[in-house]
Design a protein around this ligand. Structure first.
Ligand code: ZN
Length: 171
């Protein structure tokens, strides 16, 4: 089974219509539920449908048919939302203090200590505070993250994937 453009388009459409991964697998045929989930994950669509399953109390009468004779209102379709933008390496690295470093509040950082944010928010923002790399505001590990060199091909592929995902969502 290969993910042709037509199948990817169908996958995206069914997913945005609120069909479950196993339902999509059934509709596409010749593909497992986990393969569907894997593809959705790679398309970054998985995070786009996070509907909190808040339990709701039933307020109406029980066991009494409505005047129309219908017990249940028609299902409300899930609102389609644009897929999440791809996370940058920066976002991936934030909130992950390096092992064997002692993160401290950003404001208490001493000269020569890494400024990279590793947690907290606002005034409570924490910095890595490991020793900095020469001529950098960051320790060697965080300097490598901030100044990561991406090949033009990798950048183009990422932009293409993103543009395709938006296009499919808007279709
Ligand atoms: Zn650091």
């Amino acid at each position: 089974m290969t993910w042709t453009d037509a199948r990817i388009a169908q996958l995206t459409r069914l997913w945005t219509e609120g069909i479950s991964a196993s339902g999509i697998a059934e509709a596409l045929g010749d593909v497992s539920r986990s393969a569907v989930l894997g593809k959705l994950h790679r398309l970054r669509l998985l995070a786009s449908r996070q509907t909190p399953a808040a339990p709701r109390r039933y307020d109406g009468p029980t066991g009494v048919a409505c005047p129309s004779g219908r017990m249940n209102p028609p299902p409300v379709p899930l609102a389609a939302r644009p897929p999440e933008p791809p996370r940058s390496p920066w976002q991936e690295a934030v909130f992950a203090p390096l092992p064997e470093t002692l993160a401290r509040p950003w404001l208490s950082r001493e000269p020569g200590e890494c400024a990279f944010p590793v947690g907290g928010d606002g005034d409570a923002l924490l910095s890595c505070c490991a020793g900095i790399r020469p001529r950098s505001a960051y320790c060697p590990a965080h300097h490598a993250i901030v100044f990561k060199v991406q090949s033009p091909a990798a950048v183009a592929a990422e932009q293409r994937r993103w543009a395709e995902a938006v296009e499919r969502w808007a279709a």
